[in-house]
Design a protein around this ligand. Structure first.
Ligand SMILES: Nc1ncnc2c1ncn2[C@@H]1O[C@H](COP(=O)(O)OP(=O)(O)OP(=O)(O)O)[C@@H](O)[C@H]1O
Ligand SMILES: [Mg+2]
Length: 269
């Protein structure tokens, strides 16, 4: 394999939606490359096109112009090389935690004892082995997202795509999930594209934070996060961390101010 080749290469990507006969340009010339085993967070004001970008990479949304390559191959639809975790709970309510993971593994061609063993192993990875037989309505929000993470990791994708996966969780559960994800990622390494509105979360988890400009979305800048690993939660109070946090926040804030000014100019006609 070519070590120079990014795992994910997005070039000149544009996407237009139609809403009540009106064209809405969601993405306009997105360029972003993610290296193998790199953890990149995507941040930006609401409506700037983050989810649209992730759905396109997942192969769940089409696009107009540009190129999306995974390992140099164009994305043509969803695939087992990319695992996806969304903000809303997407477990099947009539299946237990174990069966939810097995369901994904079965779709990926796994069978019999291997199927059951792998599902169990991945529930253990997220610390839920004791809850294998629980149904989603018997699990807390954080536990449901742990099952979703186990499910996405179970068929061993090369890339994990996460759209505000901890967005619906309370602050404490969210911290636990961030630590869990960091620990899993530092041990198993895979390429991650992670969307969040939480700047602290983005800086804590990532190798690099990509900031999107306002709608139509484009990558405004990417900020490397050279904090040492393994990362423990206490780094979030270090001077180095706070400086990175400040830089990312400033960049996003510039975009929201620009958006407000544009709205005002439009209103004044
Ligand atoms: N299916 C759709 N049909 C029409 N317009 C859409 C559709 N999906 C997204 N859009 C529009 O595209 C733009 C980008 O939306 P997107 O959901 O990607 O933003 P986002 O950055 O994920 O926002 P948030 O942070 O609020 O989740 C918005 O103007 C949105 O209204
Ligand atoms: Mg979104």
């Amino acid at each position: 394999m070519n070590v120079e080749q990014p795992k994910l290469q997005i070039s000149g990507l544009s996407k237009e939606f139609r809403r009540r006969g009106q064209a809405v340009l969601a993405l306009d010339g997105v360029d972003l490359a993610i290296a193998e085993n790199e953890f990149v967070s995507l941040v930006g004001t609401s409506g700037c096109g983050k989810s649209t970008l992730l759905m396109i990479v997942a192969g769940l949304q089409d696009f107009d112009t540009g190129e999306v390559l995974v390992d140099g191959q164009p994305v043509e639809g969803p695939g087992r090389d990319r695992g996806v975790v969304f903000q809303s709970y997407t477990l099947l309510p009539w299946l237990t935690a174990q069966q939810n993971v097995e369901f994904a593994l079965r779709a990926a061609g796994s069978k019999g004892a291997e199927l059951r063993e792998r599902a169990r192993e991945h529930l253990a990875l997220v610390g839920l082995d004791r809850f294998a037989d629980a149904f989603p309505n018997q699990l807390s929000g954080g536990m449901k997202q742990r099952v979703a993470l186990a499910r996405a990791l179970s068929y061993r994708p090369k890339m994990l795509l996460m759209d505000e996966p901890f967005g619906a969780l309370d602050a404490l559960t969210r911290h636990h999930m961030q630590e869990l994800l960091t620990r899993i990622w530092e041990r198993h390494r895979l390429t991650v594209l992670f969307i969040t509105h939480d700047v602290e979360e983005a800086v804590y988890l990532s190798d690099r934070v990509a900031i999107m400009s306002n709608a139509p979305g484009r990558i405004k800048e990417t900020i490397p996060i050279p904090l040492a690993r393994p990362r423990r939660y206490d780094i979030t109070t270090s001077a180095e961390f706070l400086e990175l946090h400040r830089r990312v926040l400033k960049s996003i804030r510039e975009e929201s101010i620009r958006a407000a000014e544009m709205d005002e100019a439009l209103a004044e006609g």
